[in-house]
Design a protein around this ligand. Structure first.
Ligand SMILES: C[S@@+](CC[C@H](N)C(=O)[O-])C[C@H]1O[C@@H](n2cnc3c(N)ncnc32)[C@H](O)[C@@H]1O
Length: 318
């Protein structure tokens, strides 16, 4: 990151060294991607309890799934979204989950909730699973803030390719839920102080208020938006000159992820799920004034780790 208006910003090169969180690629283990991808049952409470997420999907599925439809859920977890599909009247739901103990738990919950006869839980890798018949709707919630860690894009791209191979190049694609995503980035001044202790760690914050931890320094810039039904890229990058709206310390980037769960064209609205914002610390903060222009660059691939994005944000030579 560089400041285009050097006269009014601090020279980043003269600063005292700051703690570096970021590991070199060679040091990385698989843990980050695996932990972000497969989710054991003891993490499902957190997801079941996210009102914006579960309530959003409940409303979207109720709008889109009609009686008699066939539905596929990729990454079924506890089975809650498959339950919503069955409750909306789907005659058959294929619910695919990679972790055997999670799949077993889902099977039990779905039976307990009275839809076990219509939801088939399959323990399989969603990357290479295809249902035995065409489906009307595919639900896939392997989304992480900024499309990091989880494999949503790989799983859906693979599904589309294999679905066409199986059912013909001109087969009508099912409707995907979520239908689209918008990704944006915003320069911020973040408060990384915890009981007197300063630790500029990546933060996941509720986008509705952000707990008072961030001040917005500039407007958000959209760096990607696409519909799952279209061709999409899994590479993201930005090279953006952000005009500062206010003076302060630019020490973080806020990553905003808006999922359009269902686009209701006839009503002119969508049912959205705004995910937690991800704040990536800037290791060499800039003192800025209103009107300063700061050049922001990063690049990453969907499914990358949080640290890979942090590394890209903080490289001077991207
Ligand atoms: C974010 S959770 C969502 C769970 C559930 N759909 C819900 O909304 O509560 C994603 C789920 O997908 C599973 N998963 C991740 N990668 C998978 C894969 N390649 N194949 C099948 N399941 C996978 C995880 O274990 C996890 O249970």
């Amino acid at each position: 990151m560089t400041s285009a208006n050097a006269a009014s910003t601090t020279n980043v090169a003269t600063r005292a060294p700051r703690p570096h969180l970021y590991v070199a690629s060679a040091e990385k283990t698989d843990d980050d991607s695996v932990l972000g991808q497969f989710i054991p049952i003891h993490y499902h409470y957190q997801m079941l309890n996210q009102e914006a997420r579960v309530g959003g999907f409940e409303a979207a599925i109720a709008e889109v799934v009609k009686p008699g439809m066939k539905v596929l859920e990729l990454g079924g977890g506890s089975g809650v979204l498959s339950f919503f599909a069955a409750r909306a009247g789907a005659s058959k739901v294929y619910c695919v989950e990679r972790i055997p103990h999670v799949a077993r738990a889902a099977q039990g919950f779905l039976a307990q909730n009275g839809v076990g006869d219509r939801v088939e839980v399959i323990t399989a890798d969603a990357t290479d699973y295809l249902p035995p018949e065409r489906v009307d709707v595919v639900i896939c919630e392997m989304v992480h803030s900024a499309m990091l860690r989880e494999k949503q894009l790989t799983v859906i791209a693979n599904f589309k390719k294999r679905y066409r191979e199986r059912f013909g190049a001109n087969v009508a694609m099912p409707r995907f839920l979520p239908e689209a995503v918008v990704l944006a980035m915003q320069p911020v001044q973040a408060n990384y102080e915890f009981h007197g202790y300063n630790a500029a760690v990546p933060m996941f914050l509720d986008g509705t208020g952000n707990g008072g931890r961030i001040g917005r320094m500039s407007f958000p810039a959209i760096y990607s938006m696409f519909e799952y039904n279209d061709d999409f890229t899994s590479h993201f990058e930005i090279d953006h000159e952000a005009v500062m709206e206010t003076a302060g310390t630019l020490n973080g980037l806020r990553f905003i992820t808006k999922n359009l769960l269902a686009i209701l064209e006839h009503e002119g609205r969508s049912i959205d799920w705004d995910m937690n914002d991800l704040i990536i610390p800037i290791t060499n903060p800039l003192q800025v004034n209103a009107g300063d222009v700061v050049r922001i660059r990063f690049r990453y691939d969907a499914g990358d780790s949080v640290l890979a994005l942090a590394e890209s944000v903080n490289r001077e030579d991207v």
